[in-house]
Structures are given as C-alpha cells and as structure tokens.
Design a binder for this molecule. Structure first.
Ligand SMILES: [Zn+2]
Ligand SMILES: [Zn+2]
Length: 103
C-alpha cells in the first residue's frame, strides 16, 4: 500500500497524517505540499500520494517526503519585496505630513 508520510516543514519531524499541529514546534498545518511537483492542497487529496504527479514518500527513505505547510505560505511568498518597501515609505510620508500639520 502506498501511503505518504508527513513531515513538519518547520522542524522536520515526522507527524501523523491527521495532525493539525506540530507536537515539537507548535506550527499549525493547513495543507500539504508535494516535494516532487510543488502541488499544495488539502491532506485528503494526498491519500494515495500526490494527485498531480502520483508521488508518494518512500517508507524507508528520508529523502522524499510530503511536507505539511501553512495554507497562505505561497500567497505571502508571491509578494515582491518592493511592495513592503513602498507601503513603508507611504507610512513614513503620512507621518511626515501629519507632523507638519500639527506644527
Ligand atoms: Zn515542527
Ligand atoms: Zn506531486
């Protein structure tokens, strides 16, 4: 039987398939990521391995593993750095305008 094994993306320990929280580092898991193709989805989709490429972590190897990840990780990582810089500059601009308005 092909059953994927699950590992914490944060500290790397093996966790049970249905766990929602890492017993070691306390990270909450919202979804599962395939290390072979990068597909991220609900753990139910991974019942027989990755639904996209069919990948399933070998029972005897630490090499291939399905990592449990936070749902919003991909979206947050997609934002380029200049977005943060720009919003910071806008905040500073507002602060400066307010400072002169008070004076
Ligand atoms: Zn952990
Ligand atoms: Zn895959």
């Amino acid at each position: 039987m092909k059953a994927p094994r699950f590992f914490c993306e944060n500290c790397g320990i093996e966790v049970s398939k249905d766990t929602k929280k890492c017993p070691r580092c306390g990270r909450f898991f919202a979804s599962v990521r395939c290390p072979a193709c990068g597909f991220t989805g609900a753990e139910g989709l991974f019942g027989d391995g990755c639904p996209v490429c069919g990948y399933s972590a070998p029972q005897s190897s630490e090499k291939g593993r399905v990592e449990r990840v936070k749902e919003n990780q991909v979206a947050a990582g997609a934002l380029p750095a200049w977005v943060y810089v720009l919003s910071l500059l806008a905040l500073i601009g507002v602060a400066v305008v307010l400072w002169f308005a008070i004076k």
